[in-house]
Design a protein around this ligand. Structure first.
Ligand SMILES: Cc1cc2nc3c(=O)[nH]c(=O)nc-3n(C[C@H](O)[C@H](O)[C@H](O)COP(=O)(O)OP(=O)(O)OC[C@H]3O[C@@H](n4cnc5c(N)ncnc54)[C@H](O)[C@@H]3O)c2cc1C
Length: 409
């Protein structure tokens, strides 16, 4: 196959990039190793800045039709009271809230919208296993498909294949790791109207639980000390259920819904980033370039913002048929500041709050960063802006959009 841009991975970064490129008549092929987007416990938080982008794409109404919940504030209860982390309601933006919606619905919506354009190809069940190269330049990929191997030749290859990026490995690029004090166990239990709404955070002795209201059920993140999964499993599922019920007593009659470890998905938390996001012929974006901590649930948004910046910076060179190394370097130059700044914020919360909670054998009072936040509304506002809007919000360029009319280079 021949294409202009080969996108590896149909996650938020890959699907958003593909949609933006095909709108400008750039032939784009996405290879996604799974047959569908149906994967449980993925990032499901869509932030105000991403909602702005969807508005700009004219997709806001369709998004509003998908099953979703809106959350305006995040707060944590410590031994000495409830402390605010962020309150989006005061933000002067079109959508001052977090929208929780299943990632598969979001991705199917992007795929359906991109599918309206003739230059879009989505190859599902195609796992990229190698790169095509000549004279040190990446020229496309080799994938394993249902009917055998497929070669996709491309002028530009974009790795949007997530935190375990195959393309990154094949390029021999190693991200710098920053470490994290926790891993996260994800599971669900049913929700009743009397439970309350929104985000529900509980902190106990060496444990922390965050419940996300998904309508008919709670999606629960249970934080454990880094590397502690084997010990949790060894203690047995009954002890795990008892731990959950200890933190949230009103769930005690429902913890049996966690039937075994198959119902619990472990997320190894990683915070890392590459120093260089490109090589000749290839670019890395989203989690492939920088895995984010789950703190404040910004992973999808950073991935989408990378895609928007990439499309805006590279559409011109792609249409002109020349994408130089300088063009590729511009993507990292644009996105490094929000990536580094957001990771710094996450690392402060990880070390100052989560590490302290998980390292203690008794319920802790609010650590210093939370006490400072509570006293300083201006800082709460800044935190809400950092999380909800981001440090450098991206917008869809209006100059080049040709609504799918192919432009020959
Ligand atoms: C369990 C879990 C919970 C999370 N919770 C949150 C949350 O609450 N909020 C939040 O914002 N973020 C969360 N995240 C992070 C968030 O999902 C990611 O930051 C975001 O999805 C990154 O988008 P991406 O497009 O860069 O990569 P991904 O979403 O990882 O997408 C990569 C895609 O590439 C595909 N792929 C991988 N390798 C290949 C290959 N070789 N060939 C073809 N396709 C390939 C994958 O199947 C996948 O579809 C969570 C992540 C996990 C794992």
């Amino acid at each position: 196959m021949d294409t202009d841009v080969c996108v590896v991975g149909g996650g938020p970064a890959g699907m958003m990039l593909a949609l933006l490129l095909v709108r400008d008549g750039i032939r784009t092929t996405v290879l996604e190793k799974h047959e569908d987007f149906l994967r449980d416990f993925r990032g499901d938080t869509v932030h105000p800045s991403t909602l702005d982008v969807l508005d700009e794409l004219g997709l806001a109404d369709r998004l509003a039709d998908l099953p979703h919940r809106k959350v305006e504030r995040l707060q944590f209860g410590f031994a000495d009271g409830v402390y605010p982390l962020v309150d989006f309601a005061g933000l002067k933006v079109a959508h001052p809230y977090l929208m929780f919606l299943p990632q598969w619905d979001f991705l199917e919506m992007l795929a359906a919208e991109a599918g309206r354009y003739p230059d879009f190809t989505l190859l599902r069940s195609h796992e990229v296993v190698d790169l095509l190269r000549s004279n040190g330049v990446v020229r496309g990929v080799v994938a394993r498909g249902p009917d055998g191997p497929v070669e996709v030749h491309a002028r530009l290859t974009v790795a949007a294949d997530g935190r375990h990026s195959t393309v990154r490995d094949k390029l021999g690029l190693t991200p710098r790791e920053f470490g994290a004090p926790m891993d996260v166990l994800w599971f669900r239990v049913s929700r009743r109207p009397e439970d309350g709404e929104g985000i529900n955070a509980r902190i106990g002795a060496g444990r922390m639980l965050i419940g996300i209201d998904r309508g008919s059920y709670w999606q629960i993140a249970y934080l454990i000390p880094k590397g502690g999964y084997d010990a949790v499993v060894a203690a047995g599922i009954s002890a795990f259920r008892a731990g959950v019920a200890g933190l949230v007593p009103h769930l005690a009659d429902r913890v049996d819904e966690i039937r075994g470890w198959d119902d619990v998905k472990m997320l190894t938390v990683r915070v890392n980033r590459l120093r260089r996001w490109h090589v000749p012929g290839a670019l890395l974006i989203g989690d492939a370039a920088h895995a984010m901590s789950p703190v404040a649930g910004v992973g999808i948004n950073l991935a989408v913002q990378d895609a928007v910046a990439t499309a805006r910076l590279l559409t011109g060179p792609l249409l002109a048929g020349r994408v130089s190394e300088d063009d590729l370097a511009r993507v990292r130059a644009r996105r490094a500041f929000p990536t580094i700044g957001t990771q710094l914020f996450q690392r402060i919360i990880q070390r100052g709050v989560i590490g302290r909670v998980l390292g203690s054998d008794r319920p802790v009072p609010a650590p210093l960063p939370m006490r400072i936040l509570r006293r300083m509304p201006a800082l709460q506002k800044a935190a809400a802006r950092l999380v909800g809007v981001g440090l450098r919000p991206e917008h869809i360029g209006t100059g080049t959009h040709r609504d799918g009319q192919r432009v020959e280079a």
